[in-house]
Each structure stands twice: as C-alpha cells, then as structure tokens.
Design a protein. Structure first.
Length: 195
C-alpha cells in the first residue's frame, strides 16, 4: 500500500467513525442548516436539472432537498450504482420516495421499473457525497471511484457541490489526477466557494 493510499485509508476510517457516532438529533439539526444554505444559493435557483445523492449512514440528509427541488419545478435525478462496472447512472425521479427502494449497499435508489436514465451532460448541478474535503475542493470518497468517473461525463458548465459537516473538513485530502474537485462546499457554518 503506497503512502497516499495509507493516508486516505486512515482519514476515511477516522472521519467515518466520527460521523457514524453523531447522535440522530445532531445529524437532523446540522443537515437542516446545510440544506437551508444550499436552497439559498443562486446556483440552486438558476439550475433546472439537479442530481443529488440519497443520504446513508449519517451523511448530510437530502430528503428535504429532493422534496423542495421537486416542488420548485426542477428536474431531479438520483444516482443508480452498478457495482459490477463501478459506474453511476443518473436516473430521473418522478415520485419521492415512492420510486425508490434500498439498493446494493442499502442506499435508496430507483426501483427497476422506475429507472429513467438521464444524459449526465443535462445536469446543471450535482450534489456530491463524500467522507472528507479540504479547502481546495479535494474530496475523499468511499473508495470506489464511482463519482470521479461520473463527474467526468458531465458538461463543463456543471457545478459540483458537496454537503458536509464541519467535522468532515480537513487541512489536506490526499488527491491524484483522477480525483475531481468540488466547486463549492456547504457546511452547517458556511458556504466555501473554490476558485
């Protein structure tokens, strides 16, 4: 195992343990503040097609974001993971949460009869999950590379926004040339725009 790989592994383990230890009321309260900041962004207001992750294991909760975006008349897509190819498909959501069921890792994803693939180039804004982030927009994911591969297929104008608790921000996330950086990080305390 090389040093960067070891650093990533150690950081992933530490942050995930700390996040999983957060009590439910803290997760709910911090998530509500983060989602409120997200909904106040001009980038959200002007986006017509949004893709967001569906939260799992104490990630910032995205249910309210999905409901609000749909009621605001936006087209909302959610990821469908194919573990065999390590690829993500953006699938258009018509009914929330009725179109969804737990998938491969217990994460909600579209039921087989509700899969409506969307061209990644049609997405204006992608809400990206992650374990840890730094101020340069580097992201430490879960290790499968699903999002890094997916984000490379979006349009050059697409915005990548990460929702995270302050405790997920680090001085430096080890990164390589394949890692895709975020344009904006939103925590319960602030909005961090990356140049």
């Amino acid at each position: 195992m090389n040093t960067a790989h070891q650093l990533k592994h150690k950081l992933r383990k530490e942050v995930l343990e700390a996040r999983i230890a957060l009590p439910p009321h803290v997760v709910a309260e911090k998530s509500a503040r983060i989602i409120q900041r997200f909904l106040e962004l001009d980038e959200y207001r002007y986006a017509s097609t949004i893709m967001t992750y569906l939260d799992f294991r104490n990630e910032v909760q995205t249910g309210e974001l999905v409901k609000r975006a749909m009621s605001d008349g936006k087209r909302v897509a959610v990821p469908l993971a194919d573990p065999s190819s390590c690829m993500l498909t953006a699938s258009s959501l018509n009914f929330y949460p009725d179109d969804l069921e737990p998938g491969a890792w217990g994460i909600l994803e579209p039921k087989p009869n509700c899969v409506r693939p969307l061209d990644p180039r049609e997405l204006d804004l992608i809400v990206v999950p992650g374990v840890a982030f730094d101020m340069r927009g580097n992201r430490l994911g879960y290790g499968g590379g699903f999002y890094d591969r997916f984000l490379l297929r979006t349009s050059p104008q697409a915005l990548f926004i990460a929702l995270a608790y302050e405790m997920q921000l680090c001085d430096r996330v080890p990164s390589s040339s394949q890692d895709v950086r975020m344009h904006c990080l939103i925590t319960e305390e602030r909005v961090i725009r990356i140049n």
